[in-house]
Design a protein around this ligand. Structure first.
Ligand code: KG4
Ligand code: ZN
Length: 408
């Protein structure tokens, strides 16, 4: 029999059999996950063992690159245009009928209000039509827990989430229990790299046409000299785990303007030293992230917050795709005896799979499951867990010397 001739249940069984998880349970619970918090419209159907039965993703990246940044009203209309198709595609690929789903999980916080609204409105209509339970999801919790879909990992573990909208360090104590150790005081690292890439006109660089700002910086940095420019590492004298990228971004922008005058280049042209600026920027951002993470590890150790056996740092969010940043973080985890785990790049950036997995985690523990009749609101601003950043600041941990420079 050809795969295309299989009915939904048979196709699902074949996928589960191929994954070696076919006999784990007779009637697996199935969750549809929906993500629209920023600029990706994502959907996925997962079973409770973490097998992805079907997924679909529409990225708005190139449209926002053309516009020079995310315009919320544009993001909203693109979500509106694509959400039905993306969800239907994920269902079709999974071979699951809506009636077979155990629940629907959707990002309702934090994110762009106009984008969250589309995902929530669609989901509420869907669960009411099919009379399914609804599981509201916190986007950053989903990033933090994705790794547990890929391998067994017990709580507690330390998590570093670096993306276009967030830079934060937290201790994950349970699926809905986090201690916030550090957060960005201004902009997120991904936002900062995106703006530097834009200021460098990397969109016009032949190798970077379809890349996000962070991806373009990483690519160009590979051929650049990270020592050619020196940008000061943010907040070196503040012994906490918070981040700051606004001052760094300003410094890089000033340097770009200076070089543009020196080279006499027109707006939109790429500087001859763009690769060196990319390499030096990537190094400064990476070392800031690494130092704050190093302090968070030492803080957790001083308070006995991490397990003796296999203490782990999980890194996720779009910027965690960056190989150079991963390598610098590996220096930190090697020096402190932690195990470093990063999901594959595809699961670090926004997607529907991570939302469906968070739904599965909640379903298994019976937490946060709502009836399809309940009124649910989205929340654009929603901190992650209990904020103990002032306790971290009071501990004022000084870092031992650690050589963080590697080849870009
Ligand atoms: O998690 P994500 O997909 O969306 C948010 O929730 O923000 O992250 C997107 C961010 C963008 O700022 C993008 O430039 C950055 O992740 N990014 C990278 C890389 N790939 C994506 N930054 C640095 N290096 C990369 N390879
Ligand atoms: Zn994200």
């Amino acid at each position: 029999m050809f795969p295309c001739a299989l009915n939904g249940a048979a196709r699902r069984w074949v996928k589960r059999f191929a994954s070696g998880r076919a006999f784990s349970t007779l009637r697996p619970r199935l969750v549809l996950g929906i993500e629209t918090s920023c600029d990706e419209t994502g959907a996925a159907v997962l079973d409770e063992t973490g097998v992805i039965l079907g997924e679909s993703l529409h990225s708005q990246k190139t449209i926002h690159l053309d516009a020079g940044g995310i315009i919320p009203t544009v993001a909203q209309s693109l979500h509106k245009e694509n959400i039905s198709r993306v969800v239907q595609e994920a269902l079709d690929r999974s071979g699951i009928e809506p009636g077979e789903l155990t629940a629907v999980a959707t990002t309702v916080m934090p994110g762009l209000a106009l984008s969250l609204k589309i995902g929530l409105d669609f989901s509420l209509k869907f669960v009411r039509l099919h009379e399914k339970p609804f599981i509201p999801i916190h986007h950053m919790e989903a990033h933090a827990l994705t790794v547990r879909m890929l391998q067994p990992l017990d709580f507690p573990f330390l998590v570093l989430l670096i993306s276009g909208g967030h830079s934060l360090l937290a201790l994950a104590k349970g699926i809905d229990e986090f201690l916030l150790l550090g957060k960005t005081l201004d902009v997120a690292v991904g936002d900062s790299l995106d703006k530097i890439a834009r200021r460098l006109s990397l969109r016009n660089h032949p190798d970077c046409l379809t890349l996000s700002g962070g991806q373009a910086i990483e690519l160009l940095a590979k051929e650049g000299d990270q020592l050619a420019f020196h940008f000061t590492s943010p907040m070196e004298k503040l012994y906490n785990c918070n981040f700051s990228f606004a001052g760094f971004q300003r410094q890089v922008t000033m340097e770009i303007m200076k070089k543009e005058t020196e080279e006499g280049i027109e707006k939109g042209q790429v500087l001859s030293c763009a690769k060196d600026i990319a390499a030096a920027s990537q190094y400064t951002a990476a070392s800031h992230i690494a130092k704050r993470t190093h302090r968070a590890i030492l803080f957790c150790k001083s308070k006995d917050l991490l397990p003796q056996h296999n203490p782990t740092l999980v890194v996720s969010g779009g910027v965690a795709s960056n190989e150079y940043i991963r390598q610098i973080l590996k220096i930190v985890t090697d020096a402190t005896g932690l195990h470093l785990l990063c999901p594959p790049s595809k699961l670090c950036t926004d997607n529907g799979v991570m939302i469906a997995w968070n739904g599965i985690e909640r379903l298994k523990q019976g937490k946060g499951i709502m009836s399809y009749t309940e009124e649910i609101k989205y929340e654009p601003k929603a901190p992650l867990g209990l904020d103990i950043t002032s306790e971290v600041k009071d501990a004022a941990i000084k870092l031992p010397p650690l050589k963080l420079r590697i080849r870009s």
